[in-house]
Design a protein around this ligand. Structure first.
Ligand SMILES: Nc1nc2c([nH]c(=O)n2[C@H]2C[C@H](O)[C@@H](COP(=O)(O)OP(=O)(O)OP(=O)(O)O)O2)c(=O)[nH]1
Length: 142
């Protein structure tokens, strides 16, 4: 039985995220007023492709220009959406991509963090799943 079988009209947040690993840690952001770290990214606007949403959101949050040629799907996560009413899911399409320059937090971002396998308790549920996938693939340093 899938979540949509159990909650036929449950809303789903359609969002895209950037998986950026450096020296065995994955980049996360925490927005002002939020108590959990998210993978950088955000919701698709009408008519956008995944790549367009990814490039736009990462530029907005981190002032980083992703190279569209390098965008590659890492995983798609279906999880409880953080900060929404119970039953709301997020479908988070997660991509790797090369970037020019170092991330600089925009005004909406309270802090950046490079997180490892022991930091799951700081992340929203979808990010916990991505930490586990990165760990399983040997991409995070213990
Ligand atoms: N980017 C991102 N979103 C996540 C994660 N986990 C999770 O539940 N979400 C949900 C909650 C977020 O509110 C939603 C989309 O992100 P967002 O709210 O930053 O999107 P946005 O910039 O388009 O939002 P808005 O402020 O314009 O409303 O997806 C995650 O790890 N990364």
């Amino acid at each position: 039985m899938t979540p949509s079988d159990r909650f036929p009209s449950a809303p789903v947040i359609d969002a895209i995220a950037w998986v950026r690993v450096r020296e065995g840690r994955v980049l996360n952001v925490r927005a002002h007023g939020k108590d959990a770290f998210y993978l950088p990214g955000g919701k698709r606007e009408p008519g956008e492709t995944d790549a367009q949403t990814l490039v736009r959101e990462v530029a907005e949050e981190l002032a980083v220009r992703l190279d569209p040629e390098t965008i590659a799907l890492f995983t798609v996560i279906d999880e409880a959406a953080h900060g929404y009413p119970a039953g709301t899911r997020v479908r988070l399409a997660c991509y790797t991509a090369e970037a020019a320059g170092d991330p600089v937090p925009s005004a909406e971002i309270a802090e950046l963090a490079w997180l490892g396998p022991d930091d799951a308790d700081r992340c929203a549920p979808a990010g916990v799943r991505v930490l586990a996938e990165l760990t399983a693939r040997g991409l995070l340093a213990a």
